[in-house]
Design a protein around this ligand. Structure first.
Ligand code: TNX
Length: 865
């Protein structure tokens, strides 16, 4: 009995073994590289590792004490070590981490950069500021094994950090993210969780969209109806109620400050203010419900309302003053965002007497000028609180915003020729938030959760955004402050959905804002994969990567070219992010079994083994899977069952020498099909599974010397055919017969009828005519020679024609376009053929080789690496 053996090759076994060893050593895959997002500006890996132990301490000076304490608290969680924070002297041997503010300013790293040096016995983080120290330890955090994010002690991890020297500083100073709490109120815990993620990837501006038509979310003590009315949105399906008390605001602002994140509140005006009007209708222009406007209710539906805060009434500016003056002290940062977007429908102002009076008084005529008047006054209120104002692009219409405004550009990047640079060119400090690249409320791909009014933004698209175009003067370049991604919650009803839309796209924002320009998506992905495990630890939901993410299968080859003989399958792969991989075989015929530890696939074909046998081997990195599927066509196991093919007449694989040279010695004996020895009477074989109403060919080559051979099919009703054959050289014989209405068995035989000379038989074949000579293993693609060399690769195919045949050979790509014609309508005589089809520098990818024999086409999948 013969085993089919599918060998995962040595290389793979080595990978498995070394992975196993790595796990045994509780080392970590990340020691292989600087798998940090955002990518540091400069990193030089050394050899060896630093290992955190229960005797490690953190050494600080007075000005680095705070960051030292934070680092100790962070490291304690997962390691369980105590990490005393001391002011003792750092020595080369005690395995400590030293944090220090540089005595002399290092201009290379600026205000937020850091120097991180990891040696086998010590780690130093140096910076000009505590912010730099913080970012230094964020990098250190990412260099540690992923389990460092665990919230409880993890015992079995070796806490190693690769030896490395890093010099790092951000590309942009504004590295922002917007959370829209108006359309969905997220609350304190969710907001802190978001801030935690932002900090890990060195984002530093949290833009808090607290006000919109769908809810007012910040407590204003002087305006209690903002709480009792404007924050309530319980009756709108999918929306919720709530607001942050001033105590909670302070709690979050302080929480963010500890993470070196500045919080920028946004109080939208004069549009997106329906929630305010629901509480204070007297701030509207409309007179539907005298003496005030309205009635208004906190908005349910998506979309901007035409109702605006009234520009004519002084009460509006009193309201804005009260609100800004009350919130300014809660936000120690330098900015208040005033919105100002989507105020395009001015019909309320046009119809409003107060607004007309205002225009006259201000010596202006248009509603657009009135909007500028409005924003200018509001900006003045912000300036009185010693803060800069920010507005959405569009507020600068007519070029009249106050001089110290910052514009946040939201219009599309891709479809606009000049993009955001119109604002930068016009001299405005600009934050970039083009909706087609960083509005992460947009769906990842069509059909998934998310906003649909703009394009889908997949990871690659998000990653490939380059915010600084060529052609800007250095002054114009300096106007681009950085990129801010947004999560608008118009259609988000829960925290999970928000997180799914944010992660991991937010990592691309961090990369764009911090890392040097230049794109290498695979390199980014390699650094991203290890972060999924961290997101799991942080309980942050994310969109699972597409299948195959991070995984590469490096080689595959089917080198068997005979049925019923040893199969060798080469399968090796790895994870580009150095995650540990496992191998499995999800699809296996029942007669095959897979041992992932040894990588060997074994099995004994049963009666039903005839191909195609589909096999799928899988490599997984814990995040996604990559499958390699292929088909094995096997011959009989020789027990006399199964459809008779070449191999069924073989003995131990030695009889049929594939490729031509027929045996000159006699066939070997054995129980493996019909075989002969000198002087033997011949052999029979039961053939099962014949199809009904099908014509079959029983054919073969015989060199029988002086002996007359009978070949035939018996026990087959009236269809039994016999013939006498005799040849002194190899000669083909062919018997045709047709089955009746039912599937049946038959016995085929080759007998020595008379004479005593040598009898050799070879290449007997029973083949349904319906597949026209190409079902046989001999007629399939026998060997794919695949080496990753586009110039010298070739496809080796071999086939066996039983008759004169017309051949066509063509290569197609997967979408059905013809790539090349190899052989066209070539008429070939009966015989064995081989073709070596050069790859001719065809690009990597999967192709379909169509082989047509007399109009019947067989398709074989081929992959060039
Ligand atoms: C546009 S562009 C908005 C938000 C919406 C968002 C939805 C801009 C400043 N505003 O009001 O929530 O689209 O994607």
């Amino acid at each position: 009995m013969k085993l089919i053996e599918l060998n995962i090759n040595r290389k793979l076994r080595c990978v498995c073994i070394s992975l196993f060893l790595m796990l045994q050593l509780q080392s970590h895959a990340q020691t292989a590289g600087v798998l940090v997002i955002p990518k540091p500006q400069q990193a030089t890996l050394g050899t060896g590792v630093f290992t955190l132990t229960d005797t490690s301490s953190i050494i600080v000076q007075a000005n680095s004490l705070e960051e030292g304490n934070k680092l100790a608290t962070f490291l304690k969680k997962a390691t369980g070590y105590s990490f005393p924070v001391t002011t003792s002297v750092l020595t080369e041997s005690n395995g400590d981490i030293a944090l220090s503010i540089l005595p002399n300013t290092n201009n290379t790293i600026g205000e937020e950069g850091y120097l991180l040096t990891v040696k086998p016995n010590q780690i130093t983080i140096q910076a000009n500021t505590t912010t730099g120290l913080f970012y230094g330890w964020q990098t250190l955090r990412q260099l540690l094994p992923n389990k460092i994010e665990a919230s409880q002690v993890v015992k079995s991890v070796n806490w190693v950090i690769p030896v490395v020297a890093i010099t790092d500083a951000p590309r942009f100073k504004w590295r922002g993210f917007l959370q829209d709490d108006s359309r969905h109120f997220f609350g304190v815990d969710a907001t802190k969780k978001l801030l935690d993620l932002m900090a890990m990837i060195k984002l530093n501006k949290f833009h808090w969209h607290l006000v919109d038509d769908h809810g007012w979310r910040i407590e204003i003590k002087s305006r209690p109806k903002l709480q009792s009315i404007a924050s309530v949105n319980a009756n709108c399906s999918g929306r919720n109620s709530g607001y942050y008390t001033q105590t909670e605001i302070t709690e979050i602002v302080n929480y963010a400050a500890a993470l070196h994140i500045e919080v920028i509140p946004e109080i939208e005006m004069p549009g997106h203010s329906v929630a305010v009007l629901a509480a204070y209708p007297e701030l509207s222009c409309t007179k539907l419900n005298a003496p005030y406007g309205g009635p208004f209710s906190v908005q349910c539906a998506v979309g901007a309302s035409s109702d605006l805060l009234c520009a004519g009434k002084e009460a509006t500016f009193t309201f804005i003053t009260d609100v800004i003056n009350e919130i300014a002290p809660l936000f120690p940062g330098g900015y208040i965002h005033l919105g100002g977007d989507e105020t395009k429908d001015f019909s309320r102002w046009t119809q409003c007497k107060d607004c007309s009076k205002r225009k006259t008084a201000a010596n202006i005529t248009t509603d657009l000028q009135l909007k500028n008047y409005f924003m200018t006054r509001a900006a003045g209120i912000v300036a009185n609180q010693n803060k800069q104002w920010i507005g959405w692009s569009g507020v600068e219409t007519n070029n009249i915003p106050p001089a110290n405004g910052i514009l946040q550009y939201w219009e599309p990047e891709v479809s606009t020729t000049a993009g955001a640079y119109t604002t930068a060119r016009a001299g405005y400090n600009t934050i970039l938030s083009p909706y087609d690249l960083v509005y992460f409320d947009m769906r990842w791909i069509d059909g998934e959760l998310g906003d649909t009014w703009g394009p889908a933004i997949d990871l690659n698209t998000a990653y490939n955004y380059e915010p600084m175009p060529s052609g800007l003067t250095s002054v114009q370049q300096s106007k681009i402050l950085g990129v801010e991604a947004c999560i608008w919650s118009d259609k988000i009803t829960n925290e999970n959905d928000k997180e799914f839309l944010i992660a991991p796209r937010l990592f691309t924002t961090a990369e764009i804002d911090w890392a040097a320009p230049g794109k290498d998506y695979n390199n980014f992905l390699a650094r991203l994969y290890p972060k999924y495990e961290r997101l799991d630890s942080l309980h942050f939901k994310y969109r699972k990567p597409d299948p195959g993410i991070g995984l590469l299968i490096t080689s595959q080859a089917i080198t068997n070219n005979k049925v019923d003989s040893l199969y060798t399958y080469t399968f090796s792969g790895y994870d580009t992010g150095n995650l540990a991989v496992t191998f499995s075989a999800p699809t296996l015929p029942t007669w095959l079994s897979f041992n992932p530890a040894t990588g060997i696939l074994t099995g004994t074909p049963t009666a039903n083994y005839q191909g195609p046998n589909n096999v799928t081997l899988r490599i997984s990195n814990g995040i996604s899977d990559l499958d390699q599927s292929f088909t094995i066509i096997v011959g009989s196991n020789g027990n006399g069952t199964g459809l008779l093919r070449n191999a069924d007449l073989e003995s131990n694989g030695g009889w049929d020498i594939w490729g031509g040279n027929l045996s000159t010695s006699c066939a070997q004996s054995g129980n493996n099909g019909i075989a002969f020895k000198d002087g033997e009477a011949g052999a029979e074989q039961i053939v099962t599974g014949l199809q009904s109403n099908t014509a079959y060919v029983f054919s073969g080559y015989i060199n029988s010397g002086n002996t007359t051979i009978q070949m035939g099919v018996k026990n087959f009703g009236s269809s039994t055919i016999q013939t006498n054959c005799k040849s002194t050289s190899f000669k083909q014989f062919q018997l045709n017969f047709t089955t009746g209405n039912i599937s049946t068995n038959a016995t085929v035989f080759v007998y020595r009828a008379s004479g005593t000379a040598k009898i050799c038989a070879d290449d007997f074949d029973l083949t349904p005519l319906i597949v026209n000579n190409i079902i046989d293993q001999k007629n399939t693609v026998l060997a794919l020679h695949i080496s990753p060399n586009p110039a010298s690769d070739y496809i080796h195919i071999a086939y066996d024609l039983k008759n004169e045949s017309t051949i066509n050979l063509e290569l197609y790509d997967l979408i059905g376009a013809k790539v090349s014609t190899i052989v066209q309508n070539q008429i070939l005589q009966m015989g064995n053929y081989q073709e070596y089809i050069p790859r001719n520098n065809l690009p990597s990818g999967t192709y379909l080789l169509h082989m047509q024999v007399n109009g019947t086409t067989m398709v074989k999948k081929i992959m060039f690496l």
